[in-house]
Design a protein around this ligand. Structure first.
Ligand code: ADP
Length: 264
């Protein structure tokens, strides 16, 4: 297992943050970044001071999902710190704002870049920092969880059976690290068309096969399970740089995120 880098001692940049929430998934493409961004903007809408750290160094989504006017992070040369960029009041840090193309990096380098971005940023006073974790439960994720004192984790999955096996892996990782998993978000669970509801990946937690996996989730005592439907507006808002919960603050999706926001 990866060694804790700051054994017991919190980097100054993180000392002014009250809650650090990891949004995690075991696979890519399940909607983890969508959940992280919409959760962050929901918390901001509730009056909290919020930052998003996009730790997905290989495929940073934040620069597509939100459109700050200033798309580059600034450096404070004197203090050797990073100043986050900002959009609609939420502070943002992503490798995608670092002014480099996507690099080919080995695991230890990735951990180094993540740690540097995360710990040398001047976040200022924040009520919540939402971390969009890299997908999976490998060394990079473990290191990150050990460096940062997470207060809660949210796991995102799609309703397939295999995805639930992965959820169990994620829950185990967080429970080993004594981080409470407060919610599972089942994304892309259904879509509505022509007045009917379709379940393209099966019925998720209502599917008898999946129930076995849900047992694992219950065993770990995760108190909340949220459904997010497939919605063209969710992917369109992800591409346009305006989070859905900001574009449609009274919609069904915004409601779900408010319930999730209360959990974290
Ligand atoms: P991940 O972070 O897990 O890789 P993303 O959040 O980047 O996944 O989502 C992958 C793609 O799927 C994005 O284009 C996103 O806009 C789209 N997407 C995610 N969730 C939904 C949804 N519920 N309905 C429609 N599109 C979605």
């Amino acid at each position: 297992p990866a060694k804790p880098i700051f054994a017991g001692q919190l980097p100054p940049g993180l000392q002014t943050i009250s809650n650090i929430v990891a949004v995690s998934s075991c696979k890519g493409g399940v909607g983890k970044s969508t959940v992280a961004v919409n959760l962050a903007y929901t918390l901001a809408g509730m009056g909290a001071r919020v930052g998003i750290f996009d730790a997905d160094v290989y495929g940073p989504s934040l620069p597509t999902m939100v459109s700050p006017a200033n798309r580059l992070l600034e450096m404070n040369a004197e203090r050797r710190t990073i100043i986050p960029t900002e959009y609609l009041g939420v502070k943002l840090v992503s490798f995608g704002f670092a002014g480099q193309g996507r690099a080919i990096m080995r695991g230890p380098m990735v951990s180094g870049v993540i740690n540097q971005l995360l710990t040398t940023t001047e976040w200022g006073e924040l009520d919540y920092l939402v971390i969009d974790m890299p997908p999976g439960t490998g060394d990079i994720q473990l290191t990150l969880c050990q460096v940062v004192p997470l207060t809660a984790a949210v796991i995102v999955t799609t309703p397939q059976k295999l995805a639930f096996i992965d959820v169990a892996k994620g829950v185990r990782m967080f429970s080993k690290l004594k981080v409470p998993c407060v919610a599972v978000v089942e994304n892309m669970c259904h879509f509505d068309a022509d007045g009917k509801r379709y379940y393209p990946f099966g019925r998720g937690s209502e599917d008898p096969h999946v129930n076995i996996q849900m047992g694992v989730v219950q065993q770990f005592g995760i108190p909340h399970l949220f459904d997010l439907p497939i919605r063209p507006t969710l992917s369109a808002s992800g591409d346009s740089g305006m989070p859905e919960v900001v574009a449609d603050p009274l919609g069904e999706v915004a409601n779900t995120f408010q319930d999730l926001g209360v959990c974290v």
